[in-house]
Ligand binder design. Structure first.
Ligand SMILES: Cc1ncc(C[n+]2csc(CCOP(=O)(O)OP(=O)(O)O)c2C)c(N)n1
Ligand SMILES: [Mg+2]
Length: 552
């Protein structure tokens, strides 16, 4: 009979969990030893738990099924929390396996003893369980897998005491049934169809599952037939876009710009999306962004089948034969001259390969990424769903493992890159086809913008120094080289284009340290709060023109 760990690995593999992103310790040694007993399980070492959890997130977004993480007690899980938070907000399935002391060791309160379940509950509120016996372990695992890959997807945490892992008498369990979510019911679909037919400006806000090709096409048929506007949630988990697909307008991060986008709509139909709220609270400003008088309808909750719900709405609106508007193919030209963040985005748009996976954690440097890539070849966009930075490089590890035949391009702010820089080592070790572009503006630039925006007065040099990354300026090319990743520095647009062309022509890990000024630096930064405050008072056409300039 297998021991607990061996039976667990067999159960995971039987359920289609084929990758384990690990950062183990002594309490996980039997699980580690059992890896060699299960040839279907790939084990990928991460040198920080935040890399393991972010990799599991990126993997699941692209594979459409969970990976496992292997983490070391409460402290290891705690190190991985930020990216588990991003997965939770993105409704991404992840299965955490967190080793614990043997059950009889817990009362001794040894050095690494801590309350793992409390740490876990924040990111996996729907499923936290400590397995109590080797005989029950695989049943617990099946429950955890079922919870993780249900609809909505979620983070599930299984705590694995060392003696449950090493105990004899493990019993592998068959996989749980696939989830079978229901679409919206007829009454709900009919009521929304009625509201849309009645006229009045209507928008669909698409999120989650609705942002893949089938959902986009169904929504675009409704848009074509009834003039509805298509919005996409501000930070999509995975958005399919590019030439030949329906284009959707992303809700802006800046609340003032989002309000402008939503102004004047009488109906907002939510499809696996939440009614938009401001990212942060600001003194004297409203948090809810849906305009007064706009009726909010929920076509599909995250627990329902969003695409089937959209299909029902298409049928109810007789829109099945409507011709959806599709994004035309168009690419920007190659940029020239001194390097700036918009020029990096332009070069990415000019050179974007077929079926790329774009991961956007460029923060202020990525403002132009959307327009520069919209007419490029069909690609997937992954974004920072939970706002906890340090996601892009780990996500790139997971996405590249999920889709080994697709190029991954991760666009990352310099501050952001440093949270989980160890991901570069895993990229090199696994020889993954990832190009990491670091926007090295030597600043937490967005926080400088926010400092002005929150109305914090008298920000002096001590305050500004907390947001400044000069002295020493980070040398990302050398950091990457030290972890075995081919890397170059780019100071001009020509340097950058050459480096990106090279990286895309040579599958494998690359990093480009793009030296750029802040996109929202100097006068622009000082003007921005004024401009945002003035927007509601400007003629709508002018306000919309300004929005296109700031964040198209
Ligand atoms: C886990 C976590 N810690 C801190 C923050 C606060 N934060 C948001 S953006 C940011 C800095 C981003 O800097 P960078 O990546 O260089 O992008 P830039 O603003 O320069 O465009 C920080 C520290 C966060 N969102 N998440
Ligand atoms: Mg920066």
């Amino acid at each position: 009979m297998p021991n607990g760990a061996q039976a667990l690995l067999q159960t995971l593999a039987d359920a289609g969990i084929e990758v384990c992103f690990s950062n183990p310790g002594t309490s996980e040694m039997h699980f580690v030893a059992a890896l060699d007993s299960e040839p279907r399980m790939r084990a990928v070492l991460a040198l920080f738990e935040g890399v393991a959890t972010g990799a599991a997130d990126g993997y699941a977004r692209m594979a459409g099924k969970p990976a496992a993480t292997l983490l070391h007690l409460g402290c290891g899980l705690g190190n991985g929390l930020a990216n588990l938070h991003n997965a939770r907000k993105g409704k991404v399935p992840v299965l955490n396996i967190v080793g614990d002391h043997a059950t009889h060791h817990v009362p001794l309160d040894a050095q690494l003893q801590s309350d793992i379940e409390t740490v876990a509950r924040n990111v996996s509120p729907g499923f936290v369980r400590t397995s109590r016996s080797t005989a029950d372990l695989c049943r617990d695992a099946v429950d955890a897998i079922k919870a993780a890959r249900g609809l909505p997807g979620q983070v599930a945490t299984l705590v694995l005491p060392a003696d449950v892992s090493w105990g004899e008498g493990g019993v592998p369990c068959p996989p749980p049934p696939a989830p079978a979510p229901e679409p919206a019911d007829d009454a709900c679909v009919d009521a929304i169809a009625h509201a849309i037919r009645a006229g009045g400006r209507c928008a669909l806000l698409l999120g989650g599952q609705a942002l893949r090709e089938p959902g986009l096409l169904a929504a675009a048929r409704i848009a074509a037939q009834h003039g509805a506007k298509l919005f996409c949630e501000v930070f999509p988990t995975r958005l399919e876009r590019g030439a030949g697909l329906p284009a959707v307008e992303r809700i802006a991060y800046l609340a003032e710009l989002a309000s402008l986008q939503l102004a004047g709509f009488e109906h907002l139909v939510l499809v696996d999306a939440k009614a938009p709220v401001s990212f942060f609270a600001y003194p004297g400003k409203q948090g809810e962004l849906v305009p007064d008088g706009c009726n909010v309808h929920t076509l599909a909750t995250p627990a329902q089948d969003a695409v089937a719900s959209l299909d029902k709405l298409v049928a109810a609106l007789d829109a099945a034969r409507a011709v959806p508007a599709l994004q035309a193919a168009a690419r920007p030209s190659l940029p020239r001259g001194r390097l700036t963040a918009p020029k990096v985005c332009k070069a990415v748009g000019a050179l974007l390969p077929e079926r790329a996976i774009l991961i956007d954690e460029a923060i202020t440097s990525g403002l132009m990424l959307g327009v520069m890539t919209e007419g490029g070849p069909h690609h997937d966009l992954i974004t920072l769903t939970g706002g906890a930075i340090g996601q892009a490089l780990p996500n790139a590890v997971g996405a590249a493992i999920a889709c080994p035949d697709r190029p991954v391009i991760a666009l990352v702010g310099d501050g952001t890159a440093m949270y989980t820089i160890q991901a570069l080592w895993t990229l090199a070790r696994e020889n993954l086809d990832v190009t990491a572009v670091i926007f090295n503006n030597a600043s937490y630039s967005v926080l400088n913008v926010e400092l002005d925006r929150v109305g914090a007065e008298r920000a002096g040099p001590k305050a500004r120094s907390q947001l400044d990354l000069h002295g020493p300026v980070l040398d990302f090319a050398r950091l990457a080289q030290g972890m075995g990743v081919h890397a170059v520095r780019a100071d001009t647009a020509a340097d950058f284009c050459k480096a990106l062309e090279y990286a895309l022509a040579h599958p494998g890990p690359h990093l480009i340290d793009a030296r750029v000024p802040e996109s929202l630096g100097g006068a622009k930064r000082r003007l921005l709060p004024w401009l945002l405050r003035a927007l509601p008072w400007l003629p709508p056409a002018l306000a919309r023109g300004l929005k296109r300039k700031i964040a198209p």
